[in-house]
Every structure is written in C-alpha cells, then in structure tokens.
Design a protein around this ligand. Sequence first.
Ligand code: RTP
Ligand code: MG
Length: 158
Amino acid sequence: MTGRQVDRPERTLGLIKPDGYPVHKEDIFARIKTAGFEVVCEKEFTFDRKVAETFYQEHKERPFYEELVTWMSSAPISAFVLEKVGAVRAWRDLMGPTNPQKAREEAPDSLRALFGSEAPRNAVHGSDSQQSAQREITLLFPDVSPVPPKPTQIVEEE
Ligand code: RTP
Ligand code: MG
C-alpha cells in the first residue's frame, strides 16, 4: 500500500498594511472567514522600524526597500496568523497580484483589487512560502506556534 496523501493544515502570516488598516479591516476579515480560514490570533500595532527592516530583509537590496520599510512603520497595522489546509497559497490567492491595478484586471474579487490603491500600496501582505510563514510568525508572534498542533491520537483499546 502506498499510503493516503493527507492534506494537513498549515499556518501563514497576514498583515493589513497602513492603507488598509483600519478602514478596510472589517471587510477583509469578513472575506477571510468566508474563505474558510481560522484566525489563530490577531494584534494591532505599529512596526518598530528595526523590526520592519528584519521583516523585509529579503528585499534589502531592492530599490523599493527603504520606501517600503518607512511606509510600513509609519502607522498602525493589523497582523494575524491564519490556518487552513494550503493556507500559504490560499491566502496569496485571496490577496491577488502584488500590483493593485493588475489585480483589478486579473483577479477583480481579490483583496488587492478591492482594497489596494496604487503600487506599492496594496492593502495586505501574505507570507510567500511555508518557510517565510514560519519566520514571520515567529518574529511577530513569538508565543504562537508557526505550525498547527498535531492532532490528538486516539488509541483504541482491543
Ligand atoms: P507582500 O510581501 O507584501 O505580501 O507582497 P508580494 O509578496 O506580493 O510582493 P514582494 O515582491 O514581496 O514585495 C513586497 C512589497 O513591497 C512593495 N513593492 N513595491 N515599488 C515597487 O516596485 C514595489 N514592489 C514591491 C509592495 O507593497 C509589495 O507588497
Ligand atoms: Mg512578499
């Protein structure tokens, strides 16, 4: 027997960026719930600049890095951990393409199409891989497990 492929839940990190928070928070969370995510935890805070630099370290050499870090640490945002089977991909699909204009053309129901304005102001962030999700969750929610707890095993007595 080859064994059955079981789709296990995973966790991802989402942000509502300064252009989306607080005005679109309610609408965004309504869509998150409709899409079947469990919201594991959520907090509202303003990025310390140093933490924002660490959060976006993969973009350090990119021309937009300084502007991005300055913008992201300029005002309160919402951060949350989402759980679902295939959560990383599912949350990125719900967000839509990075550029809101492209999102409106290609994925008009996506969050960035609906709530983003003009690049780089695209309302939401999502981890781009399970590895990024674990790094980002650990950075912003040190007390929260970046992976779902293992299901309790029920041992049947003979
Ligand atoms: P995110 O990390 O926010 O979920 O977005 P993403 O993966 O779709 O895009 P990424 O390449 O990781 O870029 C991070 C954020 O930087 C801003 N950006 N500005 N001016 C520009 O050319 C530019 N490119 C990206 C966006 O806010 C993007 O979400
Ligand atoms: Mg990214």
